[in-house]
Write a protein that binds this ligand. Sequence first.
Ligand code: UD1
Ligand code: CA
Length: 506
Amino acid sequence: MIASMNPAAVLVLAAGKSTRMKSRTPKFMHEIGGLSLLGHVVRSARALEPTYLAVVVGHGRDQVVPHLAQLDEGAQPVVQEEQRGTGHAVRTALEALPALDGTVVVTYADVPLLPVETLRQLLEGHRQAGAAATVLSAVVPDPSGYGRILRDEKGVSGIVEHKDATPEQAAIAEINSGIYAFDARLLTDALGRVKADNSQGEEYLTDVLGILREDGHTVSAVVAGDYQDILGVNDQLQLAELRRILNDRILAHWMRSGVTVVDPATTWVDTTVTLEPDATIHPNTQLRGTTTVAAGTQIGPDTTLIDTRIGADAQVIRTHGEGAQVGAGATVGPFAYLRPGTRLDAGGKIGTFVETKNAEIGPGAKVPHLTYVGDATIGEGTNIGAGTIFANYDGVAKHHTHVGSHSFVGSDSVLVAPRQIADGAYVAAGSTVVKDVEPGELAVARGQQRNIAGWVARKRAGTRTAEAAARAVDASGGTPAEPGGPPDGPPRDTGSVEDVPGRSGQ
Ligand code: UD1
Ligand code: CA
């Protein structure tokens, strides 16, 4: 039973010129919801599991054919050299395929919102009516431009194009979506008899319906429950309208499944994204590509995630992420840039003004502020101080740096790759690290500090700074240190790391 519903072929018409788009990109390749218009249509067509899936191409086919190959390897492009009408397009496709037996579905590449369920209703209605042809119709607020469905007591008697309609026919609100199910053999036969004797001089596919009726066959219509399913794209305004409708449908789907969308008007989610219940999406957030967001997360505001995976209960605030993975309970942002190959493990942190690329950051590790982590692994529980740079590029090649577990890199350090900082190691703040650091070592790589006593009094006499220094010395009851300062000795401390927790940033 199910198998008999599978059509022999789905034919997608995509040969027309998209003049009104005023774009170098063929209309069918413009994107909504993360997929081209053609992509949406081919996806629904494929879901019907037809024996053949053919796409009639013409204008812009240099771009459309390779694009189609990427979308669906099994889809067959058929070239229609001259666009001599929808009937001619279908005839061209049928001539390119072996003789078909069964049902042929015809649809348009610029009607992207048509759900596969509606196509199935069309097929089911077609089967139940035992029809030679069944048209998917819709009752629309403004029928102008569309073909009108002509009905009589026996069903559908024909379709008349807007340009050929009488005023009475033009008043009909039930329109032809341009999507049909046909008996393959009867369609082929009727197409041979279609003439181009109309106002546009084209072979109208719609004429097939009248021909089949005159032959004594049944022609029926299935009315789409939601007329928005059959809306087409002819210009940039309609492209934006349909994008909005699609987005509303996607958000409605996720909200019904338990996702909180704080501001649907500024939240954009691709059809290819997956969200779990109790994720909260804050305003101005775009979730694109293969992004997945687990339960209990907070995403946004002002966040774009492309092909990124967010684990349960994570928080991602004001972030741009692409090709990244964020573990359960981790926090990102505000103002973070996650580039491809970023993996932040459970409970970790990528904080403010941090950029990461090919960076694996272990469980509970923290990179809280002003840091670039490129081509690096960072072990569990390690803290990377504010302003640390993983210098991965020597001008020719990229190199990797490894920082072990429970280590501590002081603020304003440069780790020059390739570099190994062991487990349980320290790097003093302000170090430029060009030698590996072993377990338990502290690396200090910076000029030593000299304090020159009395310098302000001598060199900045009469300034407010000098006055403040004098007051401070008086108040402490001390005497100013000897000019010239203390002799150089070993550094009294090694930076931020020994006795002041958090000096490298928390
Ligand atoms: C067609 C229908 C009309 C229907 C409307 C719905 C006919 C004669 N009319 O009108 O009843 O209400 O669609 O949108 O069928 N195409 C080709 N090759 C061609 C001609 C068209 O591939 O030679 C493709 C176009 O790229 C487009 C689709 O077929 O995707 C529809 O063609 P178009 O000329 O826009 O048909 P309409 O005049 O809109
Ligand atoms: Ca059209």
